[in-house]
Design a protein around this ligand. Sequence first.
Ligand SMILES: *Cc1c(COP(=O)(O)O)cnc(C)c1O
Length: 363
Amino acid sequence: MTRPARVVLDAAALTHNFSVVRRCAPGAHIYAVVKANAYGHGAPWVAGVLSEAGSDGFAVACLEEAVALREAGIAARVLLLEGCVDDAELRSACALGLDTVVHCEAQLRALLAGGRVPGRALWLKVDSGMGRLGMDGAAARAAWGPLRALLGTDQSLGLMTHLACGDEPLDSYTDVQLGRFDALARALQAPLCTAANSAAVLAAPAAHGHWVRPGLMLYGASPLQGRSAAALGLRPVATFQSDIIAVKCLPAGAPVGYGRSAVTQRPTRLGIVAAGYADGYPRHVAAGTTVLLRGQRVALLGRVSMDMLAIDLTDCAAATHGDTVTLWGGGLPVEEVAAAAGTIAYDLLCRPAARVRRVVQGG
Ligand SMILES: *Cc1c(COP(=O)(O)O)cnc(C)c1O
């Protein structure tokens, strides 16, 4: 017997979402963002599928993630979004042929001292107003010439930034950031620019530049507030499921779960599902949060435990031991469960734990 908690992965949905990126940003190259184990979907699997689909490259948060891609046989360009943290990483990046980022003076000094640039592209990252990684305009102008002098003939220097309000399409702050970024790009005559995450791919064509960096939308979740993934033409790639491992009948007034925080309001048919917070289901969800069972929404009852959660089957007479329960994914948007848990889809997608099997649909 294997634990029934599983993430079912849909390669066709992933390929479809990638084609939406292509359609939205037809002139741009794509670094498909596969950091954090591809937002929990399995970076080797995602990179394999998207290599087939023709992704120009991949982007990761750290060297370990880049190594995992190379070990999985991914030969495409891989971008280290935060650059190298020390000289050892810089040497590894050279050996693995990784595109890198230089976002601060320390990285700049290390690159200049090392005397060579890894990969095909080096991205000078500027902080156009996010207040996270990146140099200010003056530092970037000073760094540009020395960095360009380091490049080999087959390498290019690009300008990079990250947008703070990409998820609010009408936010004028995106225009402020892009205005600063474009002015700097013109002043430096930067041959390459990259600014767009998923939200900007979908809602800010002016940000597309030469390379886009979509993450969330590839996995079929919406990066835009108030716009559903379905309305954006995106399909969920991961469906988090488990099975009912017990069914029981309780009288009205019976406590359910830890702390007796819930008490049945009526004679209740209770289902116990083999998925808890240690599997990645959020412990703090609002009362009345639902799962999907036989095409029907069914509400949780009581607290989520480490390995299990309870659902109210009273109004789902057909439900039985062994039934599949969808926690989020196909038929139950992850954004909805995220809202019920007071968080965002990004957070939930990354959560399914190591003990949760990944099963490729039809694979
Ligand atoms: C994570 C990340 C992205 C992808 O963002 P999404 O909102 O998931 O599309 C792009 N660029 C950088 C620098 C990132 O850290």
